[in-house]
Design a protein around this ligand. Structure first.
Ligand code: 6CS
Length: 367
């Protein structure tokens, strides 16, 4: 886990820490790197974290937020967090899964509910957090939060409504192996790339498609280099916030309580923030690309993808030594949250009685 890049950046960050704080009254600096640009969901999160920490420590701590591109790719940020050059970072399972394969459970398709309240309860569940945290601990990281950034949408150069439509489509995915398995199961040709390389790969037609939440599509201008925006509602983009474990464990009791309280307080806020972006950022996309065709898959169309995605659970288990344990907790927390909110899982849904006339919803869904 030691690349030249990490070594150079660690030295730079170390020199900055030593050289820029000659004043004994200068605030202690905590570095927080994100995998996205200014204005993103992660940026909102890290900025609010900084405000709360600086206020909570009466300015004794300054939190410096490093946006995407300043310190490198997601993998390089994780490396800097691991070696202690950073105190905090966002680590998305779509990249982190190479280091902690179990975290790929959060990438499986057709797992989360259409009901935001259910997902909110699941992703904030203490047992789920503890289960993942034990795996983060093995890599010197401390998991602080799991939260969503919106539903994933496909941008494509051809309409995609069925797995057959994916044939011959090169779709960029994040860099973990499970994402390759999922898109291969759909019949596509998945290509892993760093986030920073996606726009030019689309522009140069090296790839035909990519998948990301709407705010990211707008922010990274992927809508400029695509013809179709497809909403399959198959997966939430879920990310995690993590700390360098020795730093976190070495904090005074008061400071650690402040950090814990801050992450807890931000959980609700970030859920609301990211949900609101779904509409506002789609409106911006439509304004700049009124010709872009937006496709929303019907339930019947989603079913074909769900069927293809189901066996990939087995591939996940083959990749992740403690995958079963993680899935058990995830399934249990989902079942509890569904029960608490009165929702049946799709596996439990009774087949419609053919003698009953369809409801208006069913007519529309089958459209
Ligand atoms: O696609 C990616 O690689 C990135 N997408 C988002 C929305 N955040 C970070 C991640 O690295």
């Amino acid at each position: 886990m030691h690349t030249l890049h990490a070594l150079v950046l660690s030295c730079t960050l170390g020199l900055l820490a030593a050289g820029c704080s000659p004043d004994p009254d200068a605030p202690e600096v905590w570095r927080f790197a994100i995998e996205e640009t200014a204005g993103s969901v992660q940026h909102h999160y890290a900025t609010r974290f900084a405000e709360r920490i600086e206020e909570g420590t009466d300015g004794e701590v300054e939190v410096k937020v490093y946006t995407y591109g300043t310190l490198g790719t997601s993998d390089q940020i994780t490396e800097l967090l691991h070696n202690g050059s950073l105190q905090f970072a966002m680590s998305s399972p779509g990249h982190l899964g190479k280091l902690i394969p179990e975290v790929q459970a959060l990438l499986l398709h057709f797992v989360f509910s259409d009901d935001d309240a259910i997902n909110r309860q699941v992703l904030s569940d203490p047992e789920l957090l503890d289960t993942f945290d034990a795996l983060y601990a093995d890599k010197g990281l401390a998991l602080q939060a799991i939260y969503p950034e919106g539903w994933m949408a496909w941008t494509t150069n051809r309409p995609v409504r069925t797995p057959e439509d994916f044939e011959g489509i090169k779709i960029r995915v994040m860099t973990t192996p499970l994402l390759l398995s999922l898109y291969e199961a759909y019949g596509a040709s998945p290509t892993p790339l760093a986030y920073s390389e996606v726009y030019s790969a689309l522009q140069l037609s090296m790839i035909d498609a990519q998948v990301n939440p709407v705010f990211a599509i707008q922010e990274m201008s992927f809508h400029e280099v695509t013809d179709f925006l497809v909403f399959p509602d198959h997966a939430l983009f879920v990310t995690t916030a993590a700390a360098h474990r020795p730093f976190y464990e070495g904090l005074s009791e008061d400071r650690r309580a402040l950090v814990d309280d801050t992450f807890e307080a931000l959980q609700d806020e970030i859920f609301d923030h990211q949900a609101a972006l779904e509409d506002t950022r789609l409106a911006r996309i439509r304004k700049t690309r009124p010709d872009l065709e937006v496709i929303r898959l019907t339930d019947a169309e989603r079913e074909a993808f769900r069927t293809r995605a189901a066996p990939v659970r087995e591939q996940f288990l083959a990749m992740a030594p403690q995958g079963q344990q993680v899935l058990d907790v995830l399934d249990r927390t989902l079942a509890e949250a569904r029960a608490a909110h009165g929702e049946r899982s799709s596996d439990e849904a009774p087949s419609p009685d053919p003698s009953e006339p369809p409801t208006p919803d069913e007519v529309e869904d089958d459209g």
